[in-house]
Design a protein around this ligand. Structure first.
Ligand code: G3I
Length: 470
């Protein structure tokens, strides 16, 4: 292992972007008794540090965007690939996040062996049961909620044609829930759909299905409202609709929220988008059984929207450079954060003036290692508020150097206290903080890096520590 000392350089502190005055969205949401999540891809969690920092730092629930779909996990009959799904679950565990499993039974993203198999009812039923038992069983105890069934209905409220409905009839719905329940009795089992967010024909069909499932004793625990909205078109009946489902005795959740606009974005469109996001969060909070809100894709650079809706995009909370958009502020405010960035005190060591567009800047960076062994660590605190802060340490290796495991030590000399860490196993004893890599991120290859994140408390001052990498 390579040992080196990373010294604090220049302690330039930053009141970062507009939302930086608030605690992370996940902390605000938790204080309100809901979760806030996002959809993620494994490759980006391991390959894009900005993406991973937002996914791990701002959200306390993750939904695999594609990794748990049938086509991803069983591309060939009987041959399973769990790599990306396992990675996302491990990331979530390391970040103290829950996972929404998505999705077991859908008409889309199925492997061709399944869609073109021409299976009869008995065989298809067996295939479906086996798939659900295998996937739910694998993650038993690790998934908070499953989108067991996805997008069952056409816009007119009739059942969508699919291999399941066409061959098995509507009974596959209750059967799927039952098989999922057998495989993980503690997981919350959802039906998930889009264009059902407001009152209307399709929503009525879903409502009637859920009512009938409850009446027959099927294990249905929740309804997911995807919420892929168009700018300025959040249904006015959203809250009332969520409430009527909740009144059936099920949980509800906003599961795939985004608000697309014609691109390019303008300040006016972003302001409307901020209003729309805030409206959705407030509607959820107003319904006791609304458990949380999940966004669909971390940033505009990751969004599925432009590839499907030509001329539309800019649908997520963070822009293509992973900087917060105005909607982050309205979400934070709806979750009890301070309007306008308000109460947060600038850091005692701050040298910059708060700016809504300021970019987070390292509070400490590493010096080149003596002897040029190569790898280094950089400690940053991009977010700090009255008594709390969140930060990260990035371990990087240049071309030609690598680590198989890493360990970080530092002393919080001003009484700071670590409250939470992710992507590492950290302990604090007195002033001394010791962090070791998580099981999945010990290896740092040539030219590679890994980032751990943490939250902490401070008072008086919050100087960046000297970090030792070994
Ligand atoms: O991974 C392959 C890549 O190897 C290949 O080169 C490329 C070429 O097309 O395709 C890549 O796979 C794509 C995959 O996303 C990963 O990026 C698929 O083509 C593409 O169809 C797939 O799109 C996903 C879509 O579901 C599939 O219908 C989107 O990422 C995902 O955001 C979207 O999510 C759905 C929810 O599951 C259900 N509700 C609607 C929501 C948005 O459509």
């Amino acid at each position: 292992m390579t040992a080196l000392v990373c010294t604090a350089l220049g302690a330039v502190l930053l009141p970062a972007a507009a939302q930086a005055a608030d605690p992370p969205l996940r902390d605000l949401a938790a204080a309100k008794g809901v979760y806030i999540g996002n959809a993620v891809a494994g490759g980006k969690l391991s390959g894009n540090t900005q993406y991973a920092a937002l996914a791990g730092g701002q959200f306390n629930s993750l939904t695999p965007e594609n990794a748990m779909k049938w086509g991803s996990v069983e591309p060939t009959r009987g041959s399973f690939n769990w790599a990306e799904a396992d990675q996302i679950v491990a990331f979530a565990q390391a970040h103290n996040q829950q996972v929404r499993g998505h999705t077991l039974v859908w008409h889309s993203q199925n492997p061709s062996w399944l869609t073109n198999g021409g299976f009869g009812a008995t065989e298809l039923r067996g295939i479906l049961q086996q798939h659900i038992a295998t996937e739910v069983g694998r993650y038993q105890g690790k998934i908070y909620a499953w989108d067991v069934l996805n997008e069952l209905f056409n816009e007119d409220g009739t059942y969508r044609s699919s291999p399941w409905y066409g061959t098995l009839g509507a009974g596959f719905v209750a059967d799927s829930l039952t098989w999922a329940h057998q495989a993980d009795p503690a997981a919350k089992l959802y039906i998930n759909d889009y264009n059902v967010e407001g009152l209307g024909t399709k929503s009525d069909a879903l409502y009637n299905l859920v009512r009938s499932l409850k009446a027959q004793g099927a294990p249905i625990d929740g309804v997911g409202f995807q919420a892929h909205f168009v700018l300025g078109q959040v249904p006015s009946t959203l809250q009332a609709n969520l409430q009527r489902f909740a009144d059936l005795g099920v949980d509800v959740a906003v599961t795939e929220l985004d608000v697309r606009m014609q691109t390019p974005s303008t300040q006016a469109k972003l302001a409307q988008q901020a209003t729309d996001y805030g409206t959705v969060v407030k509607a959820c909070l107003a319904v006791t059984r609304c458990r949380g809100i999940t966004g669909w894709d971390v940033s505009d650079a990751d969004s599925w929207v432009p590839s499907v809706f030509s001329g539309y995009g800019a649908a997520t909370l963070y822009d293509e450079n992973y900087q917060p958009k105005p909607a982050v502020r309205t979400v934070a405010t709806a979750l009890g954060g301070t309007p306008g960035g308000g109460t947060a005190s600038p850091s005692p060591s701050a040298t910059a003036t708060p700016s809504p567009t300021a970019t987070p800047t390292p509070t400490a960076t590493s010096t080149p290692p003596p002897g040029g062994a190569g790898c280094s660590a950089a400690y940053t605190v991009p977010n700090q508020w009255n008594t709390g802060f969140s930060g990260s340490v990035t371990v990087s290796c240049p071309a030609g150097a690598s680590l198989s495991n890493w360990h970080l030590d530092w002393n919080f000399t001003a009484g700071q206290q670590l409250t939470q860490a992710w992507s590492a196993v950290c302990t604090q004893t007195g002033t001394h903080v010791s962090c070791a890599n998580a099981a999945w991120n010990g290896a740092v290859g040539p030219g590679g890096s890994v980032t751990l994140g943490f939250n902490g408390t401070w008072s008086g001052s919050n100087p960046p520590p000297v970090v030792t990498l070994s």
